[in-house]
Design a protein around this ligand. Structure first.
Ligand code: T1G
Length: 653
């Protein structure tokens, strides 16, 4: 091995058996920043002319090959050399260039690899073109080279889903040529030596295997339907399905499309979400605070939430001791948990070995004493203060002094629950969203007395559960339900002012919500909100506007879809506008002397967004929410706010 030569701050090379081994080292993910691009260009130029170099290996330092173009550079003037220029140089080099995929090769990273003449992956490598998740399309040849390697149908699915393919799937598809279990670079060096002097397979010059037009048509239609109006997937479909045209023409169209989308509001929104997701677990004052070790989690209350949390914990590798009030209830809880695991097994999400291992890590009991070994206990019992306080007082006597107690309450005050225990500093909230084993969002509630390392532990457990943690302070409904209540109130004001449920729902669906508010309300059932309104009636501000329509619906038995009628009625289960509800709404307007007027979709959307943003501002002012991006993440991941609109706070700006 000759000594190291560096072509830029982030690109260096050694020569190994006359092969130039180029390593990209640009923490944290080897993104193709301008320094990486210029380093690569210099290395390739050197290799082209150096008589003692047979060819080039490109690999990454650390656990990532190349994590993509540098998203931080978006929105700034493009700096030479552009990624497509470097990629073209790779493909057209007179000597072989082999990609040694040591880890994630994503976006521009995979596009670099696709232009190489041969690709070898480590078993842990992950390959993908996730650009559509950022509201853009691959901008450096992905939509044109991938079909040339794996055909249009397979390329269409990968480019428009943005998903990751593991190494073995990539081998099967033909994206990589080999998998090297050890000495990846050594295998790549040998590949260069074997290719030296032979005609090189230049991806851009490959012809595309003919595709079945009907199959492509059907796939494209499904993708467009799922895109719900987003531009990027539609453009990705267009670019991949037209990749049979001359290569240079396709590249030019792809680049122009990428640039137009990159500068769009939709892409800015998705970039905001991308960075917000990485920001949300960073809490001021926790730097350097060690999380406590958690390996056994206790779960109290094995209903829908408790069993979902148990499945999430088992899936993350924790041992679970699940408690319910009686042996029969505990046994029913076990059946519910095992049933969910069996569903995961049947769907292929779990293999048999994982299923058996998870099942073996579950024990159920009706005796508090059995929770003694737990490092963390999460309660998901009936949402009543006395019940929760009593449970925590009992657990105080059972679990170790440094074990943590977490409440999953949605609406109670966790400070009051903590106050019932001897050690409130070890109490926090972990507010899961149902179904808890599916929904990524987890509101981590920082109670008044929560110790910093307890909060750090909550965040560490959230990460291990593969949840998206958002820290919230204590307030009724925390971030999500407080904003949900605000925009539900605004929607009911709109009803009084002249709009109808289906018009409001249509406006929200048009904006990008998968389902309108009143349809969701009917699905969840109206009685929980009704009970809360009755509980609050005594302390409600008499001067504040109060809409009685929902109460009237409940009083007349319209409790939602399960009752066959709520805001809509459901003949044969089909959601239908209910003229009787319209009459109830009209009577409510008349009772307040409101002269109704019609509202456009835009007006409805503006009022609903404003209500969300105003409540978000209040949450920031009260320091319940730390940053606007956190609020956006909660509404996107817990309440169906369309990610390509960025969330209520981003949309407000
Ligand atoms: N650009 C800039 N910063 C990035 C980045 C990127 N592409 N990817 C990650 N980071 C930062 C991230 O913000 C965080 O910063 C740190 O790296 C660790 O990230 C031309 C135009 C690679 C699988 O969409 O999927 O290529 O918080 O916590 O869990 O066609 O990062 O530490 O300050 O996620 O180990 C396409 C995005 C770009 C992949 C690693 N590529 N990244 O996961 O770390 S567009 C992507 C990821 C493109 C071309 C187009 C993941 C990862 P901080 P992390 P991780």
């Amino acid at each position: 091995m000759s000594d190291l030569s560096s072509f830029s701050a982030t690109v260096s090379a050694t020569t190994r058996d006359s092969v130039l081994v180029v390593t990209i080292d640009n923490a944290p993910v080897n993104a193709t920043s301008v320094d990486v691009r210029s380093g690569l260009e210099k290395a390739l130029t050197h290799a082209e002319t150096a008589t003692d170099v047979l060819g080039v290996v490109i690999t990454g330092a650390g656990k990532t090959f190349i994590g993509g173009a540098d998203i931080n550079e978006f929105g700034k003037p493009a700096m030479e050399p552009t990624l497509p220029a470097v990629i073209e140089k790779i493909e057209n080099l007179s000597k072989p260039v082999v990609a040694a995929l040591n880890g994630a090769a994503l976006g521009g990273g995979l596009e670099v690899a696709l232009a190489c003449h041969h690709r070898i992956a480590s078993p842990s490598a992950q390959l993908g073109l996730p650009e559509v998740k950022l509201g853009i399309v691959p901008g450096a040849g992905g939509t044109q080279r991938l079909p040339r390697l794996i055909g249009i149908a397979a390329a269409l699915e990968l480019v428009t889903s943005g998903r990751v393919a593991k190494a073995d799937e990539a081998l099967k598809l033909g994206i990589v040529d080999e998998i090297a279990k050890d000495d990846l670079v050594g295998a790549a060096v040998s590949a260069v030596q074997n290719l030296a002097g032979t005609p090189l397979r230049r991806t851009g010059a490959l012809s595309i295997a003919p595709a079945d037009p009907a199959e492509i048509e059907t796939a494209a239609a499904k993708i467009l339907a799922k895109a719900r109006g987003q531009k990027a997937p539609a453009e990705a479909v267009r670019l991949v399905t037209t990749s049979t045209r001359p290569f240079a023409e396709g590249l030019a169209d792809e680049r122009a499309t990428f640039i137009a989308l990159r500068d769009s509001r939709e892409a800015a929104a998705l970039r905001h979400v991308f960075f917000a997701e990485r920001e949300s677990s960073k809490v001021e004052g926790l730097e350097g605070i060690e999380a406590r070790l958690v390996s056994t989690i206790g779960i109290c209350g094995l209903g829908l939430m408790g069993s979902g949390i148990a499945v999430a914990a088992l899936g993350a590798g924790y041992s679970v001791i699940a408690l319910d009030q009686t042996p029969e209830a505990a046994e029913k809880g076990r059946e519910r948990i095992i049933g969910l695991l069996e569903r995961n097994l049947a769907s292929g999400r779990l293999d048999q070995a994982s299923f058996d291992a998870q099942k073996a890590r579950l024990s159920v009991t009706a005796s508090d004493a059995d929770l003694a070994p737990c490092d963390l206990v999460i309660e998901a019992v009936f949402d009543d203060l006395a019940v929760k306080a009593d449970l925590f007082q009992r657990l105080d006597k059972v679990i170790r002094p440094n074990a943590i107690l977490a409440t999953n309450t949605s609406y109670l005050n966790p400070d009051e629950i903590a106050a019932a225990t001897a050690h409130p500093e070890r109490v926090l909230g972990l507010h899961f969203f149902s179904p808890a084993h599916v929904m990524r969002l987890l509101e981590v509630v920082r109670c008044a007395k929560t110790a910093p390392d307890v909060l750090a532990t909550g965040l560490a457990v959230a990460k291990k559960l593969r949840k998206l943690p958002v820290v919230t302070g204590v307030t009724e409904g925390f971030i999500g339900n407080r904003i949900f209540s605000a925009y539900r109130r605004e929607a009911e004001f709109l009803l009084e002012d002249g709009a109808l449920p289906h018009e409001i729902d249509a406006a929200l669906e048009d904006y990008g919500f998968p389902m309108g508010l009143f349809a969701v309300y009917d699905m969840a059932g109206l009685e929980i909100a009704w009970a809360r309104r009755k509980r609050q009636a005594a302390t409600r501000d008499p001067a504040a506007r109060y809409v009685e329509i929902a109460d009237t619906l409940c009083e007349t038995g319209r409790l939602g879809q399960k009752a066959g009628r709520g805001w809509y009625f459901y003949p044969e289960g089909k959601r239908t506008i209910d003229p009787e509800v319209t009459a109830i709404i009209e009577a409510a307007r008349a009772k307040k002397g409101i002269a109704p007027r019609s509202f456009s979709k835009d007006e409805i959307q503006d009022r609903m967004l404003k209500a969300m943003a105003t409540e978000g501002e209040a949450l920031l002012a009260e320091h319940v929410a730390t940053r606007p991006g956190d609020i956006d993440l909660v509404m996107i991941n817990g309440y169906g706010f369309p990610a390509h609109k960025g969330g209520p706070m981003f949309a407000r700006d």
